[in-house]
Design a binder for this molecule. Structure first.
Ligand code: C2E
Ligand code: MG
Ligand code: MG
Length: 801
């Protein structure tokens, strides 16, 4: 509808110059008509004048000859000849013009000699040339021609009379005969002159009538057309103005016209509503009055033109002093031909978006149950504390607190009581902290306390005090007393700490020690014994993993990845490695992979897994046909190892059919830790048709910002976000926004760690593409999965929303 109106205006505007040309054309035509009327009248007058002179001279000449016939006075003869010259020259003029081509030089000579008025010369000549054959004038010319013979005769009589008088005085009869001839000539010429003038006058009248009529028609046409154009233009101007007014006043966004000094020239209802005021009040305001004082550029007294021209987000004050956020889009306005002296501003209320952004930022950094900062924010703040310590001026203490036997509270009293217990515990704990200290929740029943500016000795004393107070207090429920017992591990945050992860694991290790020693106590981390123990522990795992590789005790398990929307033709799963110990116990990768990584051995595992998977494909060629995607995990070390990449590409190049069925999973931290290597690896495998998934998205410290730059096809959302999704709250919001962002970037999403059958429909509703978890499929030996698939045992549960 609006579109139609706009197109109508555009058309009207396009036609306007055309209409103006038409008008100008019509006016010019009218002027041409008027000029023609005047010109024709002047020409007719010229001919009437010429004819008047012609007749007068011809008559005078007859009269002079009449006298001369009786008197013989040479003066009479001279007069007769002199006056007869006019008609004779006119005759010569006509003959000059009748010549082919017309002799214009002679014509001008004769018209002058005939004694015509100089201003008539041109008209006499040109009207004859153009219109001698036209009706009316044709008749006049014919009458003129018929006088020719008599004029010549008259000239001849003059000669005869002169000769006669030279011979002696003529007698009375002779004189009478001459006079009678002259009389006859006169009698013949007179009617011809009358006819000449009459047809000339009739012609002039006819032309005048015609011209008057056409002028009247042209004028009527001109008037009608001008009126129409005016009406049209006026209507369009009015409509456009009305539409603009309507758009201005009824627009959903605020609009404002400002004078350079900030005075409000015009404002609309939406703005008044936004500011909780009336239009009348707005008109008395200056823009400076609606912006918080601290946002004003005070050097310019708020009346700075440039300041108001800057677009962006601004805060405005409502009438009752609340702050609203608006998107301010300003453009200078200029009247035609003048420089800009007004600013037009569009103000869009973005307060809700701001509130939401604040809320999301809060949710992303805080724990919902306790309101404490979460693991991510703990990591960030700890990083800040460590940076401070590295600058050398301060040390802090980090405490890792684990509530003793919290599981028991949960199991015996239910989760709701468990939640209350934790909240009460947190309240007690935070009451003991001082400015600069902070408390955060690492997860479950684990907390971190940061004691600002406290060295390990000071930290130990403080935490002992707090711990003592906590253990003397207890939580009462249903007649039972549950003490707030906890194990606390401390580490000093000083320049020698490797990184944030190290600090957390050191504090964790000290806490572990406290638990080992019988719980409910505080222990500090001491580098030497801890590091040694760790190394010994790692080495044990590395040795047994290496042996497992050699003895083929590294087993391939697989877990299905289930589509949440349309059913899928092929099978999709992730390969997960397991280690069978010498004692027959099956170890998950969490136990040995970290140790392998710390000893730079992770690539051996990845290479083995890849070869094992490709070996399965070679053994079961039919399986490849039924396979949609097989996901293989790759560790950070392998990504950075060119030899590993060469091994992968060599394998892929040998099996072109396999590449499109393989998807490599790279964790967020592995990629971001080494972006350049990650890119090289990803590009190489994608070039060969493989796909790449970003694993454990959300678990690291990275964010959406990286997602944009990483050339991955799939995003796997970390199970930490998915686990509690049934409770709604921030996790659901986070997963939803992850799905939205991934979709916007053209990536597929997989949610990991689905432990409840109620979760998949929820995930489907918020746009997640695939799901993976114990509730859908427990990891099983890869061979078993392949066998099942081959036996046609595929009935993938499709989780519909
Ligand atoms: P991941 O790649 O994120 O794999 C998913 C992990 O979640 C697997 O643990 C899987 O058993 C577990 N899981 C599946 N469903 C659920 C569930 O409903 N709830 C919970 N809590 N967990 C679930 P797994 O097999 O212990 O592997 C742990 C990690 O070890 C993997 O995390 C992956 O990063 C790594 N990994 C596994 N296999 C390999 C491998 O062959 N090479 C490398 N480099 N890393 C591997
Ligand atoms: Mg994985
Ligand atoms: Mg994962």
């Amino acid at each position: 509808m609006d579109d139609e109106i706009d197109r109508g205006h555009a058309r009207a505007l396009r036609r306007l110059p055309g209409r103006a040309y038409w008008l100008i054309g019509l006016v010019a035509l009218g002027m041409l008509g008027a000029w023609l009327v005047l010109e024709i009248q002047a020409s007719v007058t010229a001919y009437v004048n010429a004819e008047g002179l012609w007749s007068k001279m011809q008559k005078q000449s007859v009269l002079a000859m009449y006298r001369y016939s009786g008197s013989g006075d040479p003066r009479d003869l001279a007069e007769a000849r002199q006056t007869l010259r006019t008609p004779l020259e006119d005759l010569a003029l006509r003959q000059a013009l009748d010549r082919d081509p017309p002799d214009l030089e002679a014509a001008y000579r004769h018209v002058r000699a005939a004694g015509n008025r100089p201003e008539d010369h041109d008209r006499l000549i040109w009207v004859y040339r153009l219109l001698a054959d036209a009706p009316y004038l044709r008749d006049s010319v014919r009458a003129w021609r018929r006088t020719d013979a008599d004029l010549r005769t008259q000239a001849g009589i003059a000669d005869e009379l002169e000769a006669r008088w030279r011979r002696g005085t003529p007698d009375a009869d002779e004189i009478a005969a001459y006079r009678s001839r002259l009389y006859e000539i006169n009698a013949r010429i007179y009617p011809l002159t009358v006819e000449f003038s009459d047809s000339l006058a009739r012609g002039a009248a006819a032309i005048r009538r015609l011209l008057l009529l056409s002028s009247a028609v042209a004028f009527a046409l001109l008037a009608w057309y001008s009126l129409r154009v005016m009406q049209h233009t006026l209507r369009h101007v009015r409509e456009t103005e009305a539409e603009f007014r309507m758009a201005f006043h009824q627009a959903a966004v605020g609009m404002l016209k400002l004078a350079p000094d900030g005075r409000i020239v015009q404002a609309n209802e939406a703005l008044a509503k936004l500011l909780g005021t009336s239009l009348a009040e707005l008109r008395d305001m200056r823009v400076q009055d609606m912006v918080p004082a601290e946002d004003l550029d005070r050097t310019a007294d708020g009346a700075d033109w440039q300041q108001w021209l800057q677009s962006g987000e601004r805060r405005l004050l409502t009438r009752d002093g609340r702050v609203r956020w608006v998107r301010w889009t300003a453009s200078p306005l200029a009247r035609p031909g003048a420089s800009a002296d007004r600013i037009f501003v569009l103000l869009e209320d973005v307060s809700d978006a701001h509130a939401m952004a604040r809320e999301i930022a809060h949710q992303a950094t805080h724990d919902e149950l306790t309101g404490l900062i979460n693991r991510r924010e703990i990591g960030r703040r700890l990083g800040e504390g460590l940076a401070q310590a590295r600058r050398g001026d301060i040390v802090h203490t980090l405490a890792f607190i684990d509530v003793d036997r919290f599981k028991l509270v949960n199991d015996t009293c239910g989760h709701a009581v468990g939640d209350r217990f934790l909240r009460r515990f947190v309240n007690l704990l935070s009451e003991q902290l001082q400015g600069g200290d902070w408390l955060g929740r690492l997860g479950g029943d684990e907390f971190a306390v940061f004691l600002h500016g406290a060295d390990l000795g000071h930290g130990l004393r403080t935490m002992e005090e707090i711990h003592g107070l906590l253990s003397r207090t207890s939580f009462r429920w249903d007649g039972r007393e549950m003490p707030f017992h906890c194990s606390v591990g401390l580490v000093e945050v000083n320049a020698s700490a490797a990184d944030v992860e190290w600090l957390l694991s050191a504090a964790d290790a000290a806490c572990y020690l406290a638990k080992e020693e019988g719980r409910n106590r505080v222990r500090a981390y001491s580098d030497a014994n801890r590091a040694l123990a760790r190394r010994r522990y790692d080495l044990d795992w590395v040795t047994s993993a290496q042996a497992a590789i050699a003895e083929r005790r590294l087993l391939m398990y697989a877990q299905k990845i289930v589509p949440l929307h349309a059913p899928e033709a092929g099978l999709r799963y992730e390969v997960l490695v397991r280690m069978r110990g010498m004692d027959g116990v099956l170890h998950p990768p969490g136990e040995f992979l970290m140790a392998m990584e710390r000893f730079g051995q992770a690539t051996a595992v990845d290479g083995h897994v890849l070869d094992a998977v490709l070996g399965e494909f070679d053994r079961h060629p039919g399986h490849l046909q039924r396979l949609a995607s097989c996901h293989v995990n790759i560790s950070a070390q392998s990504i950075a190892d060119p030899a590993f990449l060469a091994r992968v590409t060599e394998r892929l190049d040998r099996r072109p059919a396999v590449a499109s069925r393989l998807c490599f999973e790279l964790t967020e931290t592995a990629m971001i830790g080494n972006l350049a290597d990650a890119r090289r690896f990803i590009d190489a495998v994608r070039e060969r048709g493989c796909r790449v998934a970003l694993d454990d998205f959300g678990s690291g410290l990275s964010s959406f910002a990286y997602l944009k730059d990483l050339p991955v096809d799939i995003v796997k959302i970390d199970s930490a976000f998915v686990r509690d999704i049934g409770k709604g709250g921030s996790d659901l919001a986070m997963v939803r926004s992850m799905a939205q962002v991934a979709r916007a970037l053209g990536k597929e999403t997989i949610a990991e760690g689905i432990e409840s059958a109620e979760t998949p429909p929820r995930l489907a509703r918020i746009g997640i593409d695939f799901a993976q978890g114990y509730a859908l499929h427990e990891p099983c030996p890869l061979e078993e999965l392949i066998r099942q698939a081959g036996a046609g045992g595929e009935a993938w549960p499709i989780m519909q929303a």
